[in-house]
Ligand binder design. Structure first.
Ligand SMILES: Cc1cc2nc3c(=O)[nH]c(=O)nc-3n(C[C@H](O)[C@H](O)[C@H](O)COP(=O)(O)O)c2cc1C
Length: 174
């Protein structure tokens, strides 16, 4: 069975920590970890089952001052791939207290770019249980990926991940 790739960035922060939790829950032997800071579209092509993980670290997109971070560099690679035959999901870190007006916006930015390139995202998440004012990650009343807030709700991370992985399980075949 083909491996599930977790493309994550940045390295060494909350995204990395949650990516590790997801890897452990799926099973280390079934997962390949790929740090986006040194990845290209050729790496995306190697996998047919991909979970992308990122954080929102600015209200604007990666074009602005954040263009030098891991995802800023990797983002242009996203649109070089056709995702119509791949199984794809997204999780994203955010802070619902300080940035409730832009909560996990980059799940939305990335998710919409993936959909533009043929992806049917697996694992939409109900907004029930989340407090926020606005989020670009909400499409048709649901988050299009899994929001995690390690800054203010770290105690909810594990249960949110576990519930989400149950939704992903049939499509990702683990
Ligand atoms: C400069 C800066 C801007 C941020 N902007 C947002 C934001 O717009 N929306 C949001 O939900 N979280 C925002 N956050 C919170 C981060 O997404 C959150 O702390 C996340 O856990 C960081 O994960 P990382 O350490 O893996 O990058 C911001 C954090 C920083 C430092």
């Amino acid at each position: 069975m083909s491996k599930i790739a977790i493309f994550y960035g940045p390295d060494g922060g909350s995204v990395n920590r949650v990516a590790d939790i997801i890897k452990d829950k799926i099973g280390e032997d079934k997962v390949e970890m790929v740090a986006v800071k040194s990845a290209t579209a050729a790496d995306i092509e190697k996998y047919d089952k991909i979970i992308f993980g990122l954080s929102t670290v600015g209200k604007d997109t990666w074009d602005s001052e954040y263009s030098t971070n891991d995802w800023g560099k990797f983002m242009p690679e996203i649109s070089k791939t056709d995702y119509s035959n791949k199984v794809v999901a997204v999780f994203g870190l955010g802070d619902h207290i300080t940035y409730g007006h832009a909560f996990v916006d980059h799940i939305g930015v990335l998710g919409k770019e993936l959909m533009k390139n043929g992806a049917a995202l697996v694992g939409p998440v109900s907004t029930d249980g989340y407090e926020f004012d606005e989020s670009e990650a909400v499409v048709d009343g649901k988050f299009i990926g899994l929001p995690i807030d390690e800054d203010f709700e770290p105690e909810l991370t594990e249960e949110r991940v576990v519930a989400w992985l149950e939704v992903l399980r049939p499509d990702f075949e683990f």
